[in-house]
Design a protein. Structure first.
Length: 241
């Protein structure tokens, strides 16, 4: 039985995004769809002494683009984002464990495609830092017809999906009957119940980038995403990054 999730790529997404990835056999980046400016595609939040500010990648003013068509022409944001991470997380217990990777990412690589940037980060964090073994695909690999719901169903059929795992917001727009007629079981992710961990700057906030969790708890990160639910112990599934 093949479980599949389909999501647009996000910039250093929160732990729930990786929870979905962990819960499926195949995860598909859905980046040949409309880009929405100042959404999770090009920004995310971090935890600081002053609250939860956004780290935003400048993407220009053109809204008539697919996510995979968004080009990054101003590289100055890379150094700014790195300085923010260094300032607010540099004192975290596990920051040094991940510093080399993020320093290379922000300071030694020139990113020109938002989709490529997002997918690279997500794949690396999932596989190298969280030990996730899910297979990654991209919707651009497939010849798809139709629009919106019909297009998604066509994608799922081509992948050979038995179970489709959607985010909870999907309950507001997914046509359950269409999935039933297609022979695909429909499930929704539940983000409730994540345990808190000690953040350098209280009070605790769940809705921040995955980097917050990594820098604070290091190899215990999988426990705070899915291990608490599955009974997996801490330090059970992650090699040193």
């Amino acid at each position: 039985m093949t479980r599949v999730a389909v999501l647009q790529s996000n910039y250093i997404p929160w732990k729930g995004y990786f929870d979905i990835i962990h819960n499926v056999d195949v995860f598909i980046f859905y980046d040949d769809v409309q880009f929405t400016k100042n959404d999770w595609r090009n920004r995310n939040r971090i935890k600081t002494q002053a609250g939860i500010p956004w780290l935003t990648i400048p993407t220009g003013i053109d809204l008539n683009r697919l996510i995979c068509e968004v080009r990054l022409t101003d590289p100055h944001w890379q150094k700014k984002h790195w300085k923010s991470l260094l300032q607010w997380y540099g004192r975290c217990l596990y920051f040094s464990d991940y510093r080399g990777f993020f320093e290379d990412f922000y300071l030694r690589t020139r990113w020109e495609s938002l989709s490529e940037l997002n997918q690279y980060l997500i794949r690396h964090i999932a596989t190298s830092f969280l030990g996730i073994r899910t297979s990654f695909r991209s919707s651009t690999e497939f010849a798809l017809a139709g629009r919106k719901a019909d297009r998604l169903l066509e994608l799922l059929k081509q992948v050979g999906t038995d179970v489709y795992l959607s985010g909870p917001s999907g309950q507001g727009y997914i046509d359950a009957r269409a999935f039933q007629e297609a022979g695909i079981e429909l499930e929704y992710m539940d983000y409730r119940g994540y345990p808190e961990y000690s953040q350098v700057y209280p009070p605790f906030v769940h809705e921040v980038s995955i980097v917050d969790l990594l820098f604070h708890v290091g190899p215990d990160a999988p426990y705070y995403i899915w291990g608490w639910r599955t009974g997996e112990g801490r330090n059970a599934s992650v090699a040193n990054p």
